[in-house]
Design a protein around this ligand. Sequence first.
Ligand code: PEP
Length: 246
Amino acid sequence: MRRKLAAGNWKMNGSRAALAEVEALCAAHPDSAVELLLCPPATLVAPMADARGSHPLRVGGQDCHSSESGAHTGDISAAMLKEAGASHVIVGHSERRTDHGETSETVAAKAAAAHAAGLVAVICLGETLAEREAGTTLAVVADQLGASLPEGATAANTVVAYEPVWAIGTGKVPTLEQIAEVHEYLRKELATHLPDAADGIRLLYGGSVKASNAADIFSVRDVDGALVGGASLRAEDFSPIVSALE
Ligand code: PEP
């Protein structure tokens, strides 16, 4: 049985004042059956971990380096995130793949570093609009999955987020049939790579999830939760999404 996961990606947004949203979210879901995760900018990982108090909200980073330490100006290691209070880290978000030229091989190395530091890696993948229109979506996500999964991935240390690039921050959402097709396919692909873990690995959908579409998306088989960007910044927007999953 896979526990549902509602994950928020704050991207490069938020300040200490925004931690009031964390307190409001925790107060709205004091004893949730759903696992809650927020991934703020690295500067807010430790303050957010403090702000949650005794609430089981998980805090995550948005990226990590594949090395433990060294001459990598501006980067942050998985162990540093862990020490700051993180339990998870997003790797391979499309904005990292596009803005920083990250390949799936880089993503696998980062996920391996996350695992080595004791973090859960949330591995993101998804097709561009051109790839969808060319009919190559399934081939693209299969390639990304195969190349982004590190050795030793398990249901406990790995989450996969399917995020069509064209749906991120655009208000455009695939049809439920399109989401179902990709999630079912990813589950089968997981089974070819990780026969023992495939059934337990959570598959999140991400891309313009909001209160008004969350329940429909969560009704799709093999959708175990969501990775939410814009609608995770304010408790009043994220809380109804969490409720739709509860
Ligand atoms: C994301 O950044 O992972 C994301 C899904 O963003 P949004 O929900 O804003 O589309």
